[in-house]
Design a protein around this ligand. Structure first.
Ligand code: ADP
Ligand code: MG
Length: 264
């Protein structure tokens, strides 16, 4: 069974299309890198797949079910987490929240069993010793790893990540990319990852999709990441350079938009 199928999917806001006529499918265990400039429709696609946005035409299925019927199979790591950092939650509590919200109610006391699962999830992302630290006091890379642990605690089969590297410096990017690689190899999850900077993730991308209000290209990385395709979306300065048998993409877009507000 396919993990994700979209057929002629058009996503709308108040009747106006944001992303039009997209078709693709992902096998179980595959990782898709989703690329496109700001406003291309990346977040809208993730939200539609995960039942956070409902206005669409065409077909979209997650493990053979409509998104809203498949919610317990899906983990979502939003671009800007909505945690109020003035609430003094520890890393462990943030992770445990992933399990608690899922059951549809909030406990005042987190059950022992949930705490143990949270500890395991934190260990998995390499933060075993930091459970009692306040979330607000962690580094950017550590926070992102806590949020990965929070998404993993409910054991999803499909993990959607919206720009998990965008707020990080290069060393933290490598740190988080390393955890994503571990999730892929150890847990065999299907993942969709949106990113401006594809380079730290190229090793784990089985498929690359480029969108800009519509589908520009979808396929294996070496099929999609060509000079012509990249230039058609990011302009004449963009290019793809092979470095030691690997591809390196320069999309110019990165520096213009990385700090530009609009982080939906
Ligand atoms: N809640 C919303 N209401 C109206 N329009 C929206 C909303 N969210 C996104 N859009 C529009 O949909 C398009 C795609 O946005 P988005 O999916 O956030 O792109 P990306 O994540 O690639 O930057 C944009 O034109 C944006 O203005
Ligand atoms: Mg977005």
């Amino acid at each position: 069974m396919k993990a994700v199928v979209a057929e002629n999917l058009t996503i709308l806001y108040d009747g106006k299309p944001a992303l039009e006529g997209v078709s693709f499918s992902l096998d179980e265990g595959e990782t898709l890198l989703l690329l496109g400039p700001n406003g291309a429709g990346k977040t809208s696609l993730l939200k539609t797949i995960s039942c956070f946005h409902w206005e669409y035409t065409g077909r979209v299925e997650v493990f053979g079910r409509e998104p809203c019927e498949a919610r317990e199979l899906i983990g979502y790591v939003p671009q800007s987490h909505s945690l109020n950092e003035r609430v003094p939650l520890t890393a462990l509590e943030v992770v445990a929240m992933g399990a608690i919200y899922r059951r549809g109610f909030v406990h005042f006391k987190i059950p022992r069993e949930t705490m143990e699962r949270a500890e395991k999830a934190l260990e998995f992302v390499g933060l075993g010793g930091l459970g009692e630290r306040l979330f607000s006091q962690l580094s950017g890379g550590q926070k992102q790893r806590v949020l990965l642990a929070r998404a993993l605690i409910s054991d999803p089969k499909l993990l959607l990540l919206d720009e998990p590297l965008s707020a990080l410096d290069p060393s933290a990017r490598a740190e988080v990319a390393g955890v994503l690689s571990k999730i892929k190899s150890r847990k065999g999850l299907t993942m969709v990852i949106t990113t401006h900077d594809i380079n730290p993730l190229l090793d784990i991308g089985d498929r690359v999709m480029l969108i800009n209000k519509r589908l520009i290209a979808f396929g294996r990385p070496e099929e999609v990441l060509t000079d012509d395709v990249i230039k058609s979306v990011y302009g004449p300065l963009a290019r793809v350079i092979p470095v030691g048998g690997k591809l390196f993409c320069i999309t110019g877009d990165v520096h213009l938009h990385r700090h530009g507000g609009g982080g939906r």
